[in-house]
Structure formats: structure tokens, C-alpha cells
Design a protein around this ligand. Structure first.
Ligand SMILES: [Zn+2]
Length: 493
């Protein structure tokens, strides 16, 4: 029996798991990044450009009463521990059980979460919530464009709605859409038909920007199809290449009242993606060549993009290949490195002192380079730095940087040492520590594509650098073992 106003559980777990990264993701990693329970979930995210923020806006506009459980997110890193996954799901289950009768569920998921022993962690979340609320209660979930969608996840939820943008600037809009779709499902008492196509195809973040080829043409097809009668939403999940799981890869999922129309539209989009596959091969430059070109450039900032050490993809962000070359060439500019050891040393000696020590390369020296000696003046130190995102990406979120020290070499290279891994999704992470990015000759972005939201508009030139790492754009370098994955394009054929 439907209640008036309808009561809807809202919850979310967000993690993009890099199966090749050694840093295990425990409960503390979630608590350190995004964690809001009960009423705080509503107050923390209301008005922010996040899935939860959008869901709250959409639900409140549609007259739904929200029952907030937990939203927890960790910075992309290695496998979620089995204990963490269990504890997170239990908190959501407990709220769902204590809530009494519910009319619907809104979940903000990533879709590429893997826990130790649970390859399809997102599907597990939905199944467990489903088990508590029962089959009569509709569940609508949002997911990241980097989701590795699976049959199990599609089967468990009534509708899945993914971001249409990368960099992801429509998280709020998709969350709001999820709430509107759920409200209609509750009011109408009907579930939509669904169509799902999985492609044996791996693409890399560097080539997934939705405003650029080859994705722009694909998204135009998606938006056109969504205007057809009987079609509610269609989403393309590009997948997240950096995991060794059978359900890796690109997928298309669509929903609506007209089953035949959805099947046809999803088929056509899947075929267009497959036909466009050669356009997803990335162009990369060797590090020496890229730094040489950046040093010689007449105008800055030249952005050196390092997808292999993409912090937002679970890489440590302490790779030293570009740093070593910048120092060797006497280049100026700014580079951010995760190094809790070096930052502690620099903070202790303080501003005005001379730092002379190793930096970076702490996590995976075999792949990401050994520590590199950095000598220069300490020009900034502060403990427990955080800032609020003001760019178009995850607007309003608070980002912890940990302790921060900036060491400036004689050549004018500002090495930003951070206690936490920092994703370069907006320029504030530099401005907050006294660096104006637009004035730098060279900026290093340890990122696949999301850096564009921070530096895209100010870049005089962009060079994508080929270094080793757990987020390499050259997927042939990655240690995949599963037969299902090794049979995918471009690894096979
Ligand atoms: Zn993503």
C-alpha cells in the first residue's frame, strides 16, 4: 500500500576500485573522504552538484519523504576490504529495517566497486537492500560513467541512470533524474522495461571525454534516442579498465515503457560504440619528448597529463618519472605529489628553510618510479589543509589534502607535497596553497581526463605523457589474467 507522501530510503556507496593498486580501502578511507549518516546526509549534500544533492532536490520537489541512511565514498584506490563492505551495507540495511514500510529506494552507486572476494560489490549492495525492502518496492540507482555494469546489477535495480558527462559535471542532474523517475514509478505502480548490452571492449579515461570525439557523436545518439516516445533514459557506461574482473568494459543500458523501442535504441548505440572502437586508441608522448617540448614552449601553462598515475583512477599520485625529468631539465611550474613522509619533514623545518630530501615513489617504485631528490626553499606549510570545490565538478564537496608543504626549486618548480592523495579536479587545490595555476609555465596533472575541468580553459598546450603505472592508457601493459578480459578489444583483435 502506497503511503502519502511516499517514503523513500536514500543511501549510497561510492568507490572506483583499482584492482592493480596495492592500497586497501578500509572503513577509515571512507570516513576520511565522504561520510554522512542520517539527517546529516540531507544537510551535507543539499544544494551540491552531487548525486545525493540532486536526489534530495528531485525528491523534495516531487513531494517524497526521504529516509536518509548512509552515504560513504572513498577516493579511488585498491580493493575494498570485505569487512568494510559488510559494515557499510549493514548500516544501510539497519536503517531500511528500522524505517518501517518504504515506497521506494534511491541509491547513489559508482558501479566499479570491487571488494576483497566480491567482484560485483555494487550488485551486492542492491541485492542486499532489495532483500530488506522486498520486490514490490522500486529501486532506482545512479552510477558513474566509469561503471563496469553487469547483468547482476541491471537485474537487481529497477532503473540505473549513469552520468552523461566526463568530466562528470552532471552528477546532480542525474541524481535529480533518478528521483523524478522513482517518483513516477511509485505514482504509476509500474516498472519500466530494460535493455542491456555489454561490449567486449576496454576504453581508457584519456579517450572518454564526452564533449570530444569519439564520445561526442555517441552521446548525441543517446540524447536523440531519449527524446523518442516510450524511452525514459539511456546511459553509456564506459567501464573502468583498471581491474581484472569478468564484467569489465563498455555497456549500454536503457529503460522505458516501449520494450521494442528500447531494445532497438540500445542495440544501435552499442553497435555505434563498437564501430567507433579504433577512435578510442590513445595518443601518448614519451616523457623526455614531452618535457622537452614543454620547456621550449613560448607560452604556458603547458599541461603535462599523466594518466598512468591518475589519482582519480586509484593510482597513488606519487609517480616520479615526470618530476625527475622536470628537475633534470631545470623546468619551472607546479607538480603535486602524495608523500606523507616528505611533507612531514618539510612541515617540521618550516617556511624559509631549505628542503633537501627524497620525494614521491613510495608506493610502487617498480611501476611509478623511485623517490627523486628535491632541493629547494620551503615556501608554504600548513597542517590539515582542506578546501571546498568551486569548479563545475563535484561542486560544494569538501576535499581534504592532509598536511601540505610546497618546495620551490631554484628553477621555479613548485613541488606540492601532500599528506592525502589529491585529485586534480579543480584548480583550487593549487590556489589554496598559494599557487596561481594560470601563471605557471608547466602544470602536471595526474589524471586521465577529469583535469580538464581544472586546467582545460587555461592550457596553452596539452601533452599526454606515457609513463608506467596502474592507470596506464596503454592497457596492453596491464597484468590482466582473466580469459574474458584478455578476449576483449584492444587486447585481442
Ligand atoms: Zn568516473
Amino acid at each position: 500500500m502506497k503511503q502519502n507522501p511516499p517514503r523513500v530510503l536514500i543511501a549510497g556507496l561510492w568507490h572506483e576500485t583499482n584492482g592493480f593498486a596495492p592500497m586497501a580501502t578500509d572503513i577509515a578511507a571512507f570516513r576520511a573522504y565522504q561520510w554522512a549518516e542520517g539527517a546529516e546526509l540531507l544537510t551535507r549534500y543539499r544544494g551540491t552538484n552531487t548525486e545525493i544533492g540532486g536526489m534530495v532536490a528531485g525528491a523534495e520537489a516531487a513531494g517524497l519523504t526521504l529516509v536518509p541512511a548512509l552515504f560513504a565514498g572513498a577516493i579511488p584506490s585498491g580493493l575494498v576490504t570485505a569487512e568494510a563492505l559488510e559494515a557499510l551495507i549493514r548500516r544501510i540495511e539497519d536503517t531500511a529495517r528500522a524505517a518501517g514500510p518504504l515506497d521506494g529506494v534511491l541509491l547513489a552507486l559508482h558501479g566499479a566497486m570491487i571488494a576483497d572476494g566480491v567482484d560485483e560489490a555494487d550488485a551486492e549492495v542492491v541485492r542486499r537492500v532489495r532483500h530488506v525492502v522486498g520486490h514490490e518496492v522500486p529501486i532506482v540507482a545512479s552510477f558513474d560513467l566509469h561503471a563496469n555494469l553487469s547483468d547482476a546489477l541491471v537485474a537487481a535495480a529497477d532503473q540505473l541512470i549513469g552520468y552523461d558527462t566526463f568530466p562528470h559535471i552532471d552528477m546532480g542532474a542525474r541524481g535529480e533524474e533518478a528521483a523524478v523517475v522513482l517518483a513516477a514509478m511509485i505514482a504509476g505502480g509500474r516498472r519500466p522495461a530494460k535493455a542491456f548490452r555489454k561490449l567486449p571492449m576496454i576504453t581508457v579515461p584519456q579517450m572518454q571525454a564526452t564533449a570530444e570525439p569519439p564520445m561526442a557523436a555517441i552521446m548525441a545518439r543517446v540524447f536523440e534516442a531519449e527524446t523518442r516516445p516510450g524511452i525514459s533514459t539511456i546511459s553509456v557506461a564506459q567501464g573502468f579498465a583498471y581491474a581484472d574482473v569478468d564484467h569489465l568494459g563498455v555497456a549500454v543500458v536503457g529503460y522505458g515503457e516501449d520494450a521494442a523501442a528500447i531494445e532497438a535504441a540500445v542495440d544501435a548505440i552499442a553497435e555505434a560504440l563498437w564501430d567507433a572502437r579504433e577512435g578510442f586508441r590513445p595518443a601518448l608522448q614519451p616523457v623526455e619528448q614531452a618535457v622537452e617540448r614543454a620547456v621550449m614552449a613560448e607560452r604556458g601553462p603547458v599541461v603535462l597529463v599523466e594518466p598512468a598515475d591518475n589519482v582519480g583512477g586509484g593510482a597513488p599520485g606519487d609517480g616520479t618519472a615526470i618530476l625527475a625529468e622536470l628537475i633534470a631539465r631545470g623546468a619551472g611550474g607546479a607538480i603535486v605529489l602524495w608523500d606523507p613522509v616528505a611533507v612531514t619533514a618539510a612541515v617540521e623545518i618550516g617556511v624559509g628553510s631549505t628542503f633537501n630530501g627524497k620525494a614521491g615513489g613510495r608506493t610502487l617504485p617498480a611501476l611509478h618510479g623511485a623517490p627523486v631528490r628535491v632541493s629547494g626553499a620551503v615556501v608554504f606549510v600548513e597542517r590539515a589543509v582542506s578546501y571546498t570545490r568551486d569548479g563545475p565538478y563535484m561542486t560544494g564537496q569538501t576535499v581534504p589534502m592532509g598536511d601540505v608543504a610546497v618546495v620551490e626549486t631554484a628553477a621555479g618548480l613548485k613541488v606540492v607535497l601532500t599528506g592525502e592523495r589529491v585529485m586534480p579536479f579543480d584548480a583550487t587545490h593549487l590556489r589554496r596553497v598559494g599557487i596561481e595555476p594560470a601563471e605557471q609555465p608547466i602544470l602536471v596533472a595526474k589524471s586521465g581526463s577529469a583535469w580538464k575541468a581544472a586546467f582545460g580553459a587555461m592550457a596553452a598546450e596539452v601533452l599526454v605523457v606515457d609513463t608506467g603505472g596502474v592507470c596506464s592508457s596503454t592497457v596492453e601493459r596491464l597484468p590482466y589474467t582473466r580469459d574474458a578480459v584478455r578476449a576483449m578489444w584492444p587486447l585481442a583483435g
